[in-house]
Design a protein around this ligand. Sequence first.
Ligand code: PGA
Length: 230
Amino acid sequence: MLIAANWKMNCLKADAILLASHIKSGFSGKNTLVLCPSFPLLAVVSGVLAGSGIKLGGQNCHFEEKGAFTGEVSPEMLKDIGVDYVIIGHSERRAGNNETDELVRKKAVAAIKAGLKPIICIGELGEERKNGKTQNIILGQIEKSLPEGSGYVIAYEPVWAIGTGLTPTSEEIAEVTGLIKQKKPQIEVLYGGSVTDSNCMEISKISNVSGFLVGGASLDIGKFSKIMNV
Ligand code: PGA
């Protein structure tokens, strides 16, 4: 399994060091584990994780290699400091930073070119699920957000499940991940959205689910110890 921890805009230096140390000492090595702290914490967390085999991920990147893009971070910069993964197209960025499917694809292509493995997020809104549009939305995002070929991972994250404590049923997750696999059989699919220590075992058993993208519960060492070693 691939377990990615999305710390979002949380933790100051001391919190990050403590959390990463606990994660390092509790990690069994059974899964591939990726910690995605905010940009300023990457170097700090990298120092703590040295020698552990735990990987680092960014939470976003630009699609250009360098240049006059104030406030942006390029995939090459992430690669250069030892980062291996990058989350792209998270729904919080799609909604809050106007990231379109086309932009998500551009970023993913650039990240792959720089030697990073993008974790590309797709998922329907609650309203879209209620209206029976889930399949169409997912198919549209597959077509428009994903690059050609391989070298990336997909995270299926129903937007209504993120940070809400709500999750789709196992059947609903299986239906969407099955659809994704039909279109992209060679790509690993993660599930994200209110993954906790109490539901991770059940979700891990769903066929076509190869791991998790975990937000809130990845900041709680008690909960995350169980998830990362599932
Ligand atoms: P959550 O967030 O686990 O807190 O629902 C998941 C995510 O945003 O990737």
